[in-house]
Design a protein around this ligand. Sequence first.
Ligand code: PXG
Length: 300
Amino acid sequence: MAEDRWIYLNGELVPKAEARVSVFDHGFLYGDGIFEGIRVYGGRVFKLDEHLRRLYESAKAILLDIPLDPAAMKAAVLDTTRKNGLADAYIRLVVSRGPGDLGLDPRRCTTPTVLIIVDEVALYPPKVYQEGLELASVSIRRMSPETINPAIKSLNYLNNILAKIEANQRGLAEVLMLNQQGWVVEGTGDNVFIVKDGELITPPPYVGILNGITRQVVMQLAREMGLPCREAIFNLFDVYNADECFLTGTAAEIVPAVRCDGRQIGSGQPGAITLRLTEAFQRYARSEGTPVWGTEPVRA
Ligand code: PXG
């Protein structure tokens, strides 16, 4: 991480070394807050409005009043990206409940903390895209929507981190999480698709997933390419016996998966449909987005 980064913190752009939040911030004490991870491709912020929409929906679900309206937040994101001078970047937007006391009660937190970090993107090594990932299913189950709805991109990621630890213990980069009923839901930080008989299938939001922006883009591109695509529940049997499998996420984009729990998926190589979608996604990501430059900085 470069030392000369500028961080947006509560309405100001401050040098990274001076960007500090309180130890009483409930984002830190309780994971009480929400976030977004957004990509910048060639000086354009990819699907910024969609990410902002999801941020405000997450905020609404946890009764968190973001002190900026979406237009001001959009300006803050663009301004921070511009200030950091990165044409290709990863943006982390965080809104926490803010500083309070040692009790849980969010009413003690009067001012939410808003911060925006713009940094280089951490990508999977190229080998992963060429050869495909090995996956495993993990023992920890994804939280059901009746607990903390996975649709909320909350700062409380312990559920996913416990799955990530299982991945680490097995030497795997990503794993599949199941819900309480045993349906496949998603990875620790990616959505999942399978391809069977030319048709794309991805779990519907109600099984308990983050409704990924990349997931939505892939479904749209598939339909434009004339590939049938539907949301349906499936289990590990369906993953093992799929023709192709891939994961989608902001950082990862589209990653082929070629093994799961010791079973080879399809040919054991990244599939033809996965590769076609990857190509279409690459083209689309570089042709769409909100320009970072060529707009005047809007600052409070
Ligand atoms: N599911 C979960 C649980 C996620 O956290 C996705 C799916 C994919 O969503 P998008 O909108 O990115 O297509 C995510 C992505 C990172 C990182 O640095 C990404 C996520 C969370 C934490 C870190 O890549 N979210």
